[in-house]
Design a protein around this ligand. Structure first.
Ligand SMILES: Nc1ncnc2c1ncn2[C@@H]1O[C@H](COP(=O)(O)OP(=O)(O)OP(=O)(O)O)[C@@H](O)[C@H]1O
Length: 921
């Protein structure tokens, strides 16, 4: 269990670093003005000394103090006295520039001293090892007091040769200390530069122990998988994914699995411990989010040293794509974390997990998911940089200056912001800190700070401040993270990283509908791209089908033709409204199926279908196949709401209220989070919200029902509010490049053509009728009534009764003919009336466009016609889209050209006929 955060900063840097929360340096007291002046005075004194010594030693220019100056320079280091002015000047300048000695300065100083000791020692030996009893002059002519101190005893003890060898070793060691790298790291760097894999990644260099451990791990994983599969088998139908209790829509997991490069060459035994306990490590890491010191932190020995300049060069890893890429700049003391590895076998892992849902292609081959390598790895994650330490000082300074008893005890660095944790002294009111918001913003020079009072789950105030050195979160890394791999659900989407630097994924099935909003340029489209790419990476077209609505016309065109689409990308808002209407009908059809086969959720139904437990009703020719999840993505809701607000709102309401159990999920994005677009009705039915930066607090409240989004920094910085959650989670959205998207799209398109449901959008029958009739609807209805009740199809009667001219009466008659109310003109004779008086109401409704056509006696064919369309629309159009699915028509119409066909009659009793879904669906 996580221990409570200690308010006292740990003295051990090692254990602190192991924790997820980087522990801040003990709060440094802001240097007082007096101390600063003293420091400046010392710096100038050193510079002055450097100048006069340089004049004496380099140019022989000096006054009476010349002798003393020579002793000051040559006394300590002998012949190296000539570089003393340089050393003094460097020291003086750095004292002026840097307010506080950092570990880097200390390291460089120690290294320089070592090199100097080695060099002066060698000169001491070379000059015949003079002793101090010979006087100061011979010493100053050799290695000075330093050279004598180290050279004399070593020469006496180990001879001149032995001493020189020791000094050379001392110089090499000191150079290594100065560089901050180990020998192994230098070797790796050189190998990387030559384009060779690092030794610890070269499988051929694996020790026997490592190989043994790997095989043990593989066996353990296989056993666990077997057990899981068995368990899934027994629990089939008892539960379905995305419907478990206490499961949240988003999940986060540590981005750090194991240190990329330990400080020293790792002991194989230690590596074994690390590898075998990777899962435990993750648990420890998770606990550590609320714990400064974890008991086993030292045991695992992770990141336990002073931060070395560790850099990750993903391009150097085997399997990485794209060749050598520049390593993004990180602060010299940054601790960077490993990005999840691109491993070929991981692709298989995922494929294994979804083996149940293997998809067979028309040519008999298997559909393969895109390889992980198509998504490039991103840069490593820095958990601590000098910029963060400087902010800690700033915060501490503000608290000290305004007399607030509060301490910054640590921080967690995310990709775009760092959350600094502030603990209050006893009896200090939280408002004392919150009232300092403006002062803090001023001190750190950012107006985008956000205060969390408290940090959820902690007794601490969080101050989120944007990083001056923000990091990109690559979608590939999110999808390769353990938290994404743990979930085999096809609707799992890589969201990004949270403020703690953990990868975050969300399962759209649990969401179950999502509203995405933010001002222009805030990152909505990038999120939509990541979402669609996530689905293509993890789901077959049999598992997930999509309806993409892109009124902006440019954002989603890259996905045109992917087999996951159920209809071509919809760019017309009018057609989008139609498509939503279709989704409602699809949902109803699915519900019909669930009801008739006795299942509560589409997952239950699908599992039963896969297990062969669902048989078609007797006499039905239907082939039952699992339903795919249906994801409907609207990239700009505002355009739809401008076109048909009532229809769109009604469809969205119906879908969002019911569609979850039918496996239908909506994602609605808008850059106009205003009440006219995101209406109360839509808001109350779309439970999950993803808010990118908004222009105002008002907009933030429209999306999240609370402030916060207006302080986001844009470019993928987002707040995610899950269903039922009260406080949002801050996330840096994952980023996927256009070229990555294209390669994934190419991969899926190469395998399969899209199988469009053409009934999603139909020619607009009703509207065309309206246009054809224009303003004459009332007259037309009266004309129809007259003719049907009188059963007399005469144009002159219409002229008389309706008091219209001949031309108008003729037009009305033509319209009635096109709707088969009357027969064709037979010269001066009255036309045949094809509709009986008892069908009057139905006919009038049909003309208004509100119902099905009445059945009429077709004198020519002698059979009843169930559905008629205006003559101009007869081809390919129908009022009942389900009934005339062209796919179905293609499959079955040759044998059953008529609606009165026997088999069609039989099928019509089956709810499946409502969907007209073929076996591939
Ligand atoms: N997750 C991210 N990581 C890094 N940069 C991002 C991210 N998301 C967005 N950006 C940056 O912000 C820019 C705008 O993003 P995007 O096009 O997604 O905004 P938008 O909200 O969809 O804007 P609009 O509504 O005008 O289409 C991108 O071109 C990119 O430079």
């Amino acid at each position: 269990m996580a221990t409570r955060r200690s308010s006292t900063p740990s003295p051990s840097r090692g254990s602190g670093r192991r924790s997820r929360t980087t522990q801040a340096e003990p709060p440094t007291v802001q240097a007082q003005p007096g101390a600063r002046m003293r420091r400046t005075a010392w710096a100038f004194l050193l510079l002055a000394l450097a100048v006069v010594i340089a004049l004496r030693e380099w140019f022989g220019v000096s006054g009476m103090a010349g002798g003393v100056l020579h002793h000051i320079a040559a006394g300590p280091v002998g012949l190296f006295g000539v570089i003393v002015p340089l050393l003094l000047a460097a020291l003086g300048v750095s004292m002026l520039r840097v307010h506080r000695m950092s570990p880097v300065h200390a390291r460089v100083a120690v290294g320089c001293l070592g090199v100097l000791a080695g060099l002066t020692g060698i000169i001491q030996v070379a000059k015949g090892n003079p002793t101090i009893t010979d006087g100061l002059a011979p010493i100053e002519e050799a290695g000075g007091l330093l050279g004598w101190a180290v050279g004399y005893p070593l020469t006496v003890l180990f001879s001149a040769i032995g001493a020189v060898i020791l000094f050379i070793l001392l110089i090499v060691f000191s150079l290594i200390v100065m560089s901050g790298l180990t020998v192994a790291e230098v070797r790796d760097l050189m190998r990387e530069r030559r384009g060779e894999p690092r030794l610890d990644e070269d499988p051929s260099d694996d020790s026997l122990a490592l190989r043994l451990i790997d095989s043990l791990r593989a066996r353990r994983a296989a056993r666990a998988e077997r057990e899981e599969a068995e368990q899934a088998q027994t629990s089939r139908l008892d539960s379905y994914e995305a419907d478990e209790p206490f499961v949240s829509a988003i999940e986060s997991g540590p981005s750090r699995r194991r240190p990329r490069r330990p400080r020293s060459t790792p002991d194989p035994l230690q590596v074994a411990t690390q590898d075998l306990s990777a899962a435990e490590q993750e648990d420890v890491s998770r606990d550590a989010a609320t714990t400064v010191i974890t008991p086993d932190a030292d045991l695992l020995g992770l990141l336990d040293d002073e931060p070395p300049a560790v850099r990750v060069n993903p391009a150097a890893r085997p399997g990485a794509v794209g060749g050598p890429r520049p390593v993004p700049p990180t602060e010299p003391d940054a601790v960077t974390e490993e990005t999840p590895q691109v491993r070929g076998d991981d692709v298989l892992d995922l494929a294994d997990e979804i083996a149940l849902n293997q998809m067979t292609l028309p040519d008999g081959g298997a559909y393969t998911l895109p390889a992980d390598e198509l998504l490039e790895p991103g840069p490593g994650h820095a958990t601590r940089t000098e910029a963060n330490d400087a902010i800690v000082e700033c915060l501490q300074g503000v608290f000290a200056e305004f007399g607030v008893d509060a301490t910054v005890t640590g921080y967690t660095r995310g990709p775009q912001v760092t959350r600094y944790e502030v603990h209050l002294g006893r009896g200090v009111n939280v408002s004392r800190v919150t009232s300092q918001e403006k002062n803090i913003a001023y001190a750190v020079g950012s107006d985008e700070i956000r205060l969390l009072t408290p940090i959820p789950g902690k007794s601490a105030i969080g101050v989120e401040i944007p990083n001056s050195d923000r990091e990109m979160v690559k979608l590939g890394d999110v999808l390769r993270s353990s938290v994404a791999r743990k979930q085999a659900h096809p609707l799992v989407v890589g969201l990004g990283k949270n403020v703690e630097g953990d990868y975050v994924v969300t399962n759209l099935a649990k969401t179950p509908h999502l509203l995405v909003a933010g001002q222009t340029g805030s990152g909505k489209s990038s999120f939509v791209n990541s979402m669609i790419t996530s689905i293509m990476m993890r789901a077959t077209p049999e598992e997930v089908r999509m309806v993409l609505v892109d009124p902006k016309r440019v954002e989603l065109t890259v996905y045109e033709g992917i087999p996951h689409l159920i209809t071509p990308i919809i760019t017309s808002p009018k057609k989008a409204a139609e498509a939503l209407d279709w989704v409602v009908r699809e949902m109803d059809a699915r519900y019909d199926d669930l009801a008739s086969f006795g299942y509560k959720h589409i997952d239950d139904f699908n599992k039963a279908v896969r297990a062969g437990e669902v048989q078609p009703l007797e006499g039905s020719a239907r082939v039952i196949s699992p339903y795919p999840y249906l994801l409907v993505v609207v990239d700009e809701l505002a355009d739809l709401m401008m076109t048909a607000p009532k229809d769109v709102e009604a469809s969205i309401q119906r879908i969002t209220q019911l569609a979850r159990a039918a496996g239908i999920h909506l994602v609605l994005a808008t850059q106009r989070p205003v009440a006219q677009v995101v209406t109360g009705l839509i808001k109350s039915n779309v439970p999950s919200r993803l808010a990118f930066a908004t222009a105002s607090q008002l907009d933030s409240r429209v999306i999240l029902d609370q402030n916060g989004a207006e302080t986001l920094t844009g470019q993928g910085d987002a707040l995610y509010l899950g269903p039922g959650a009260s406080s949002p989670v801050r996330i840096q959205g994952s980023w996927v490049t256009e070229s990555e998207i294209r390669s994934v799209v190419d991969h899926v398109k190469r395998q399969l053509e899209p199988d469009y449901r053409e009934d999603v959008i139909v020619p607009e029958v009703k509207k065309q009728i309206d246009e054809e009739i224009g303003d004459d609807m009332d007259l037309l209805l009266q004309a129809a009534e007259l003719i049907i009740t009188s059963q007399f199809g005469s144009t002159s009667m219409l002229q008389r009764k309706l008091r219209v001219g001949f031309a108008k009466a003729g037009r009305l008659m033509d319209l009635l003919e096109s709707r088969e109310v009357v027969g064709p003109s037979e010269g001066s004779k009255a036309r045949d009336v094809l509709v009986q008086p008892e069908q009057l109401e139905q006919t009038l409704a049909w003309i208004r466009g509100d119902g099905a056509a009445p059945e009429i006696e077709d004198p020519g064919a002698g059979v009843a016609t169930a559905a008629r369309v205006p003559s101009g629309l007869r081809e390919g159009a129908a009022t009942d889209r389900y009934a005339t699915d062209p796919l179905q028509a293609e499959r079955g119409s040759r044998e059953s050209p008529s609606w009165e066909d026997d088999s069609a009659e039989e099928d019509s009793e089956d709810a499946w006929s409502l969907t007209n879904r073929g076996p591939s669906w």
